[in-house]
Design a protein around this ligand. Structure first.
Ligand code: DUC
Ligand code: ZN
Length: 460
């Protein structure tokens, strides 16, 4: 089947051009002026922007953590992504201690295959580093997993400095890259104890941000980057949240290091005042790293507009308010994470493009082109070009609407930005040439496919 999109403006990371777009079956066939094709169904997209399908490079679907499982599995989680304009996510398949990498990957396929409404790829989180895992890595990379996640905090997943060094060495040999959760575990554990000793309890989420200070992020960023420098390999700092952390990135880059940085909408549009909300509402905003101060937001926006941060992903890790209740007596027992898959593109457009902080091209780079390049899905994904997958977002810059939990696909049952009025949204979303979502409703469920990361250089 052929479709001819007429009258729209095609957006790439470099330019915006008023061009017609011809799609055949799953692929993009041609871009040009005044295209004609008698066999094609014509779709009028005048007044609309056409973005390549967005890519969310950081999600946790169906993750067992903090004694529970995330509210969104691949079913509702990928519907949330698709509804907002994201046609491909990259989830963290996670190795539990004692497991092989192959077992972890097999489990993630069981969770995702047949249940996904957008395309999906995997990173692999390594929690248990040993000789066998090191040997296994070459087969894993050959199978198309080229990005890995390492945690510098969390008891169940933390890797020590020696392991971190060894993993980076091995990934360098194999052509893989690591994305790292940077927070200093020692500072966090000590601060948690301090709150308990001082107050006799940890009920008040107002104390939460102080237990994970910006300097705990900065210390871990600095340590990671020094270890990566010893290995002489690029790394990705995921969900960067603070000015202090960013200062460490700048320092390393000045010394000649290649450092890729991801941030998330929650660190751009919400601040730590959410933890001061009464009646336990602060738990809904508990994520790690925590929300920061307005001054941190400003620095992150500036870094985005200067092209110093490469991707904006969600860290979608959703729990219901009932699940969050686990932290009612002790906030340290709250499962950490927030929903955000559906809202990410609209939040970046409204708070970034509409305010002049970002151009539409930068939004395209941050949400589609750069993650596709960084995670080696490019040019199959992340760009509107002949031969690429026909993943398309028909974006209406004039549409105004209000975010509300009643119209979201996520199973979280609450919307962190409830009641926020936004301008600009994904009107229609095409997944490999098929109309898959309109105005936040899913028209084509469960058509998502597994996508393999290609061999080769990172083109970013
Ligand atoms: N941060 C969260 O808030 N949730 C899941 C994992 C993480 O790093
Ligand atoms: Zn995460």
């Amino acid at each position: 089947m052929k479709r001819l999109f007429r009258g729209g403006t095609i957006v790439s990371g470099k330019e915006m051009r008023p061009l017609d777009l011809l799609v055949e079956d799953e692929k993009i066939l041609q871009l040009g002026q005044d295209l004609e094709d008698t066999e094609a169904q014509v779709v009028d997209v005048s007044g609309k922007l056409i973005f390549p399908g967005f890519i969310d490079g950081h999600t946790h679907m169906d993750l067992e953590v903090s004694g529970t499982v995330t509210a969104d599995g691949f079913d509702t989680g990928t519907k949330a992504e698709l509804a907002g304009g994201t046609t491909c996510l990259i989830d963290f398949a996670t190795q539990n201690k004692g497991e092989t990498l192959a077992y972890a990957l097999e489990r993630w396929h069981q969770k995702a295959d047949g249940r996904s409404s957008c395309d999906y790829a995997f990173h692999l989180a390594i929690s248990d580093w040993n000789r066998q895992v090191s040997q296994e890595l070459s087969a894993v990379v050959k199978s198309g997993i080229r990005s890995f996640k390492l945690y510098m905090t969390y008891d169940a997943m933390v890797v020590d400095d020696e392991s971190l060094y060894e993993i980076l060495v091995r990934l360098k040999e194999l052509g893989g890259i690591a994305g790292v959760h940077c927070e200093n575990k020692g500072i966090i554990d000590a601060r948690l104890l301090e709150v308990l000793r001082k107050k006799g309890h940890r009920q008040d989420t107002a104390d939460y941000p102080g237990t994970r200070p910006d300097l705990a992020e900065a210390e871990a960023v600095s340590r990671l980057l020094k270890i990566a420098r010893c290995v002489d390999t690029p790394v990705i700092v995921v969900h960067l949240s603070s000015r202090e952390g960013y200062e460490e990135v700048k320092r390393a880059r000045l010394a000649g290091q290649t450092v890729y940085v991801e941030t998330c909408p929650q660190y751009l549009v919400m601040d730590e005042s959410r933890y001061f909300l009464p009646d336990g509402e602060g738990r809904n905003y508990m994520c790690a790293p925590p929300l920061r101060k307005a001054a941190d937001q400003e620095v992150l926006w500036q870094a985005l507009s200067q092209g110093q941060i490469q991707t904006v992903a969600t860290d979608h890790c959703s729990f219901t308010q009932k699940q969050k209740q686990a932290g009612a007596e002790d906030f340290a027992k709250t499962p950490c994470g927030m929903p955000g898959a559906q809202e990410r593109p609209a939040l970046l457009y409204h708070y970034g493009v509409n305010t002049g902080k970002l151009t539409e091209m930068q939004m395209c780079a941050l949400l589609a082109e750069n993650p596709a390049k960084l995670y080696r899905l490019y040019p199959r994904k992340g760009v509107i070009a002949p031969g690429s997958d026909a993943d398309l977002v028909i974006w209406d810059p004039a549409a105004e609407y209000t975010l509300t939990k009643d119209r979201q696909q996520s199973a979280a049952g609450y919307c962190p930005m409830e009641g926020t009025r936004l301008k600009g949204r994904a009107r229609e979303v095409y997944l490999r040439g098929r109309l898959a979502a309109r105005d936040g409703e899913i028209l084509l469920p469960y058509a998502g496919r597994y996508v393999v990361a290609e061999e080769g250089e990172i083109l970013l």
